[in-house]
Design a protein around this ligand. Structure first.
Ligand SMILES: NC(=O)c1ccc[n+]([C@@H]2O[C@H](COP(=O)([O-])OP(=O)(O)OC[C@H]3O[C@@H](n4cnc5c(N)ncnc54)[C@H](O)[C@@H]3O)[C@@H](O)[C@H]2O)c1
Ligand SMILES: CC(C)[C@H](C(=O)O)[C@@H](O)C(=O)O
Ligand SMILES: [Mg+2]
Length: 394
C-alpha cells in the first residue's frame, strides 16, 4: 500500500517506534488477538479500535480473530470481587498472538482492599506475562500543535520515546503494607531493582535508541537513592560494553520533569524505572496535546505483547461517547508493527489517524476554541478513521 500515492510515508506517532527483537510472532495468515476492554471508556475505545482494524483487514490477505477477556473492575464484577485478572484471562492472553488492552479502574472499586482493586489486575497481568519493557512514544503531530498548553516553538518537532521499566520498582517491591507502629499507622513500599532487571531494560533502550537518534537519557534519583545509584552504574556498564555508539546522559528525575517542559527537544530516548516512567510519560502527553493521543507497547523477552494506551479509564467521561480512541488505535498500530510483523499496515493505520486530524475531526480533549475543527464523539472518530483507511487502501 505504500506505493499508493495516497499513503504518504507515515510520520505517525508510533512509526518512529522501531521494532525490537522482543515479542514479535511474525507474519501469519490469521492472528488471534485477545481484547481486554476493561472499564470506564474502555469498551468505547475498544469498539472504535476493532472497527479500524476490521476496516484494515478487509483489504488484506490475512485476518485477525478477536476474543474478549476480562480484566480490572469488569473481572472483579464477574468474580464476586475476587480477581481483577483471573486465570482464565491469563490463559487467553498467553495463547494469543497479541493482546490489545483498553484501560481499567473506576470509582466503584476505589475502596476495595488492595488485592481486589482493578489496578492489581493490571499489575498481575504485566508481571505474570513478563512484560518488563513499556515503550511510550510521545511524538508531536503538526496537526495538534495548538492542542498543547505549551508554546508551538517549544513542542514543534518533539519526538521522544520513554522506555519505562514495568515489572519492578515500588510497584512490586516487598515488604510493603500499612502497619501500626508505636500507636500510629505507617505505610511503606520498597523501591527495589535487581541488577539483571536494570540490565535488560537498558538493553531494550539501547536497541530502541540505535534505531532512533542514538541518544539515551537515563532518568533516576541517584543523588538520594541507593537503588538509583545501582541503576546508573548498570546503565553505564551496558552502554559501554554493548552500545558504545550510544550518547548516554543522566538526569535526576526532578530536573527531568522540569526539562521536559522547558526544552523537550533535547530528549530522544528516555530510559527510567517504573514509577518515574509512569509520571514522566503522563507529563509528556501534554507535549503531544492529550493523554488521549499516547499509545504504548508492553513487551517481554518472549510471548505476546500487550498494546495499551497510556491513559486510564477516564471515569469522568465514561459512557458519554466523548473519549478519544486514537491512543488505542495507535497502540493497535504498534501491535501490528511489533508483534504481528505487519509494518506496512501499521503505517496505514497511523496515516489514517493523521488524515482524520488533517480533515479537522477532533474529540473534546484535542479540540481548541476557534481552531475551525469539528467536534466528534468516540464513535464518530472511529468511523472517520475507518473512512480514512478505505481511502488509503483504495
Ligand atoms: N493503564 C490503565 O488502565 C490505567 C492508567 C491510568 C489510570 N488508570 C485508572 O483509571 C482511573 C482514572 O484515573 P485518572 O483519572 O487518574 O486518569 P485517566 O487517565 O483515566 O484520566 C485523566 C484525565 O484525562 C482524561 N482522559 C484520559 N484518557 C482520555 C481519552 N482517551 N480521551 C479523552 N480524555 C481522556 C480523563 O477524562 C481525565 O480528565 C483510576 O482508576 C486509575 O487507577 C488506569
Ligand atoms: C493504573 C496503574 C496501575 C498504571 C501504572 O501505574 O502503571 C497506569 O497509571 C499506567 O500508566 O498504565
Ligand atoms: Mg500511568
Amino acid at each position: 500500500y505504500t506505493s499508493s500515492p495516497f499513503v504518504k510515508p507515515s510520520s505517525g506517532v508510533a512509526s518512529r517506534a522501531p521494532s525490537t527483537s522482543l515479542s514479535a510472532v511474525g507474519k501469519k495468515d490469521s492472528y488471534s488477538v485477545t481484547l481486554l476492554p476493561g472499564d470506564g471508556i474502555g469498551p468505547e475505545i475498544t469498539s472504535a479500535t476493532v472497527g479500524a482494524l476490521n476496516a484494515l483487514t478487509s483489504h488484506t490477505s490475512w485476518s485477525i480473530n478477536f476474543k474478549e477477556s476480562l480484566i480490572g473492575g469488569a473481572a472483579l464484577d464477574a468474580t464476586d470481587n475476587k480477581d481483577a485478572f483471573p486465570d482464565s484471562s491469563l490463559e487467553e492472553c498467553r495463547k494469543a498472538d497479541s493482546i490489545l488492552l483498553a484501560c481499567i479502574g473506576g470509582y466503584k472499586w476505589d475502596n476495595n482492599p488492595r488485592e481486589a482493586r482493578p489496578e492489581t489486575g493490571l499489575l498481575k497481568m504485566r508481571s505474570e506475562m513478563g512484560l518488563f519493557a513499556n515503550l511510550r512514544p510521545a511524538k508531536v503531530l503538526p496537526q495538534l500543535i495548538g492542542a498543547s498548553t505549551l508554546k508551538p516553538e517549544v513542542i514543534t518537532g518533539v519526538d521522544i520515546m520513554v522506555v519505562r521499566e514495568l515489572t519492578g520498582d515500588v510497584y512490586f517491591g516487598t515488604p510493603k503494607g500499612i502497619d501500626v507502629v508505636d500507636g500510629e499507622r505507617v505505610g511503606y513500599n520498597n523501591m527495589i531493582y535487581k541488577e539483571s532487571e536494570i540490565r535488560r531494560i537498558a538493553r531494550v533502550a539501547g536497541e530502541v535508541a540505535m534505531k532512533r537518534g542514538g541518544k539515551i537519557c537515563s532518568v533516576e534519583k541517584s543523588n538520594v537513592l541507593d537503588v538509583s545509584q545501582l541503576w546508573k552504574e548498570v546503565t553505564i556498564d551496558v552502554m559501554e560494553k554493548e552500545f558504545p555508539k550510544i550518547d548516554l546522559s543522566h538526569m535526576y528525575v526532578d530536573n527531568a520533569a522540569m526539562q521536559l517542559i522547558r526544552y523537550p527537544k533535547q530528549f530522544d530516548t528516555i530510559v527510567t524505572g517504573n514509577i518515574f516512567g509512569d509520571i514522566l510519560s503522563d507529563e509528556a502527553s501534554m507535549l503531544v496535546g492529550s493523554l488521549g493521543m499516547l499509545p504504548s507497547a508492553s513487551i517481554g523477552s518472549s510471548g505476546p505483547g500487550v498494546f495499551e494506551p497510556c491513559h486510564g479509564s477516564a471515569p469522568d467521561i465514561a459512557g458519554e461517547d466523548k473519549a478519544n480512541p486514537l491512543a488505542m488505535i495507535l497502540s493497535a498500530a504498534m501491535m501490528l508493527r511489533y508483534d504481528l510483523g505487519r509494518g506496512e499496515e501499521a503505517d496505514v493505520l497511523e496515516r489514517a489517524v493523521e488524515m482524520c486530524l488533517d480533515e479537522g475531526w477532533r474529540t473534546g480533549d484535542i479540540k481548541q476554541e476557534g481552531d475551525g475543527c469539528t467536534l466528534v464523539g468516540c464513535k464518530e472518530m472511529g468511523k472517520k478513521v475507518e473512512a480514512a483507511i478505505e481511502k488509503c487502501m483504495a
